[in-house]
Design a binder for this molecule. Structure first.
Ligand code: HEM
Length: 464
């Protein structure tokens, strides 16, 4: 029996009024787009308030992200939606400030340091297996909530050496949920290119939850600063980032700037991984043959070796599945830049200030680039077409100098957790519960992703 195609949102009709477009856009940016964007190299949207250019041409994507990124900075409009929480975080800054912040942050995520985070990732994976073992029942479970919990646990353990059960960690996790519900602009991925004169009210609830989250994070960073001063700090990502001076100016992050960075690590680092992991599990549930192959790979690799960073190299199938899940459901489906000066894109003039939209969602399913663009095929990465498309049209972590600093971290965490979960459980789809992908802060199932969970026969208990 052939597996059904992975779910894809219905596109909107080709022509709609501006008003209808705004309404669709507010509801969900994925289904607000016409089907032609899966075939077009570029699309221009003209409204009375802004001009926007969606770029699918790999040469244009490379120009914007890799060749001249300083001429296409992040738009201030993105900043406005996220500012109450993220202030001067590296995700929002531009120019000199951004360069300085990356000089301090990047070393914490480099190869050697990544290796050091492995034990914390492993423990978070084991904790997730134990938690899910208590939830086995004939009733389906909502898997996104579980992967969110697990990914938040990974972040707290690797950043601050505390598990999600820690009182402050768990308070931050729950406040983030409340914040997202209170903050529709954040839920839209802050992509709505509203006109500049449009007033952007942050509800009192948004400001309140943002302030509470920042106060909690401040408590964590202040405690860590004291431990660093006393020489008792654990050797984790927070210590590394707080003690790394900028090689150019010699200055470390100040307290408030460190709070900004922790807020974005938490937000960017847990929502994204949670989304990729949840879709990976759904795709495996749709494709039981692949699920069995991942389980057997995990059994061989994890069963044989003392858990260490080197097992990740051997989780090849798991990595291919995780990569394929992020092709079909890129956690960050679109991002926006602004043209700093007049440009020409595919012989069309692009005015200064125009929005430049890069859409992994469309690029990853582009009909003129990928064979079988909407199908689930983790073996594609070994094919000629898969290799070529990966090189020019696969950007789940963006690319160029502004590439996600957590990419290596996520590519360690994702396949590891996927393998541990698949080794312990069997995941099955639920009749009539096909998740519709929508873009919240990341790509999620409209009503969550429900799966049925049962123990995998012969699975070993979690290993310490
Ligand atoms: C599957 C997991 C992940 C995906 C798909 C992902 C994707 C992305 C993408 C597409 C961007 C660029 C957004 C833009 O330019 O507007 C980004 C930026 C960023 N990500 Fe990730 N990310 C993931 C995990 C992580 C993790 C684990 C961390 C940290 C612990 C992290 C931290 C960041 C930060 C700090 C930025 C801002 C970088 C900058 O603007 O210079 N991400 N991520």
């Amino acid at each position: 029996m052939t597996a059904p195609l992975p779910p894809k949102p219905d596109p909107r009709p080709d022509r709609v009024s501006l008003w209808r477009y705004f309404r669709l856009f507010r509801a969900d940016i994925l289904s607000a787009q016409p089907a032609r964007l899966y075939r077009a190299w570029m699309a221009e949207f003209r409204t009375p308030f802004f001009r926007s250019f969606l770029c699918n041409d790999p040469a244009l994507v490379a120009r914007v992200l890799k060749e001249r990124p300083m001429d296409f900075p992040k738009s201030d409009r993105v900043r406005e939606g996220l500012a109450p929480l993220l202030r001067d975080s590296v995700f929002l800054t531009n120019g000199e400030t951004w360069l300085r912040q990356r000089r301090i942050i990047d070393p914490a995520f480099e190869g050697g340091r990544l290796r050091d985070t492995f034990p914390a990732m492993w423990e978070a994976g084991q904790a997730c297996v134990t938690r899910l073992s208590t939830k086995i029942s004939p009733e389906p479970i909502e898997i996104e909530a579980e992967t969110s919990h697990a990914a938040a646990d990974v972040i707290f353990r690797t950043l601050f050496s505390i598990p999600i059960e820690d009182a402050t960690a768990s308070a931050v996790f729950h406040e983030f949920r409340t914040h997202q519900n209170a903050s529709p602009v954040v839920n839209l991925g802050a992509l709505l290119p509203l006109p500049r004169w449009f007033p952007r009210f942050h509800s009192r609830a948004t400001k309140r939850t943002a302030a509470r989250i920042r106060a909690l994070i401040e408590r964590l960073t202040a405690a860590r600063a004291a431990e660093i001063a006393a020489g008792t700090a654990p050797d984790d990502l927070a210590t590394k980032i707080m003690t790394t001076p900028d090689p150019v100016t010699g200055a470390c992050f100040g307290t408030s700037e460190m709070v900004d960075q922790v807020a974005i690590f938490f937000l960017a680092g847990h929502e994204t991984s949670a989304s990729a992991l949840a879709w990976s599990l759904y795709l495996l549930a749709q494709n039981p043959d692949w699920q069995d192959r991942i389980a057997s790979e995990a059994e061989t690799v994890i069963g044989e070796e003392i858990p260490s960073f080197s097992i990740l190299n051997r989780l090849k199938l798991s990595r291919a599945v995780f990569r394929e899940a992020m092709r079909l459901y890129p956690p960050v489906p679109m991002f926006v830049r602004e043209a700093r000066c007049p440009e020409t894109f595919r012989e069309r003039p692009v005015p200064k200030g125009a929005q430049v939209v890069i859409s992994p969602w469309h690029l990853h399913r582009h009909e003129r680039i990928w064979h079988n663009p909407d199908g689930f095929d983790p073996a594609r990465w070994d094919s000629e077409n898969g290799k070529e498309a990966q090189r020019c049209a696969y950007i789940p972590f963006s690319t160029g100098p502004r590439v996600c600093p957590g990419a290596g971290f996520a590519m360690a965490e994702g396949p590891l957790l996927l393998s541990l979960l698949t080794r312990a459980f069997r995941f099955e789809t639920v009749a009539g519960a096909v998740p519709v992908p929508v873009a919240h802060l990341t790509v999620r199932g409209k009503d969550g992703i429900r799966l049925r969970l049962s123990p995998r026969e012969g699975a070993l208990p979690p290993r310490a």
